[in-house]
Design a protein around this ligand. Structure first.
Ligand SMILES: Cc1cc2nc3c(=O)[nH]c(=O)nc-3n(C[C@H](O)[C@H](O)[C@H](O)COP(=O)(O)OP(=O)(O)OC[C@H]3O[C@@H](n4cnc5c(N)ncnc54)[C@H](O)[C@@H]3O)c2cc1C
Length: 318
């Protein structure tokens, strides 16, 4: 099994889900070969060395000013060339926004499909099987790949490093691509950092609000409750899309995945895209609609207007 891993860099380091994938590939395909694809501008030797420690024997690099920022066309073109040179059986990337954009494109260009957000992959005989949670993690879909090449992205947090890295510096092969005007139709203008970044992943208590909160100013009570409980606030996309709260607080498919001990969900309907990011030990729901889907996930439910209930709750906690 020859696996090509798309290496992603974040904050000047190899992104942790990518390292998790390398570890998983190494343990799953003991006698396999792992090749890395590292694209960008100003590729650092320390990244290459680190890849060696994580089991990569060969890295294909494309160091080009046009690859400084992820753009679908330039990255897909470069990756197609690397795939041609490597001839992998399996191509995988961490399911970040870039991985989720790139890998399905490559699959289509190779006339096949792509398993997205897998939490496991296994070999049964010679056949690769992908394990993907469905129905809000209530069931697991197992798909097998028929054909010469398989493509997948991993769910964020699915794979991690569980053994001390050891290995030698990999062989480096440089790939040079010529980009024409057609590849540059989409231009990079600016990257704007979120005003504040919070790590909700490790929060033990989260008080989250949805559209039912009704406006930016009403997040004050959510903050107060979270502070009282020593927790963090969270929100649905319905709130971040209209800037009631910063995007960094979004929880769900496109937001952060959380697994607190306590999740208080006020004015949240429980859309799959939100719930897929929530794994709480205890879920308390406050909703005025008895039929809200989130109630099916709840440990405790309070039916009523959150604007009435939250101040009572706050007073009780105080
Ligand atoms: C590709 C894609 C990715 C997405 N990713 C995400 C994601 O990561 N995270 C995310 O959250 N969403 C995501 N969404 C959006 C998601 O589909 C839902 O639209 C969103 O989660 C709904 O947010 P909500 O529950 O706040 O709003 P609604 O669905 O409008 O629900 C509001 C709820 O509040 C209740 N309510 C209203 N007023 C009150 C009140 N006064 N007191 C008590 N209850 C009240 C209502 O009964 C209702 O249940 C994504 C969508 C797509 C298509």
């Amino acid at each position: 099994m020859k696996t090509l891993v798309f290496i992603q860099i974040r904050d000047d380091k190899i992104e942790e889900n990518t390292l998790g994938i390398l570890n998983k590939v190494k343990t799953t395909f003991a006698s396999g070969e792992i090749v890395g694809a590292l694209l960008g501008k100003g590729i650092k030797s320390e990244w290459i060395e680190e890849l060696g420690l994580h089991g990569i024997k060969q890295v294909f690099t494309a160091d080009d000013p046009e690859l400084e920022v992820y753009l679908s066309a330039t990255y897909a073109k470069t990756m197609m060339e690397i795939i041609k040179q490597v001839s992998p059986n399996f191509v995988i990337a961490a399911g970040t926004v870039y991985g989720e954009d790139l890998i399905p494109r490559l699959a289509v260009r190779n006339s096949t499909s792509c398993a997205q957000r897998v939490v496991d992959f296994t070999l049964q005989g010679e056949t690769l099987h992908f394990h993907t949670p469905v129905r809000n993690d209530q069931a697991m879909k197992v798909t097998k790949v028929v054909g010469n090449i398989a493509f997948a992205t991993s769910r964020t947090g699915a794979f991690f490093i569980d053994e001390a890295p050891s290995g030698s510096v990999p062989e480096v092969t440089n790939v040079s691509i010529t980009f024409d005007d057609k590849d540059k139709v989409v231009k990079h203008i600016e990257i704007k950092k979120a005003e504040r970044t919070v790590n909700l992943k490790d929060a033990k208590i989260i008080v989250a609000a949805g559209r039912g909160v009704g406006g930016k100013e009403n997040f004050q009570i959510i903050r107060e409750l979270a502070d009282l409980l020593g927790g963090q606030i969270g929100a649905t996309r319905a709130c971040t899309d209209v800037h009631w709260v910063e995007e960094t607080y979004e929880i769900g498919q496109t937001g952060q995945s959380v697994s607190p001990d306590l999740y208080i969900a006020a004015g949240i309907s429980g859309a799959p895209q939100h719930m897929s990011g929530v794994k709480a030990k205890t879920l308390i729901v406050i909703n005025k609609d008895e039929g809200a889907p989130i109630i099916n996930y709840a440990d405790y439910v309070i039916i009523g207007d959150m604007h009435t209930i939250l101040p009572i709750l706050k007073k009780k906690i105080q």
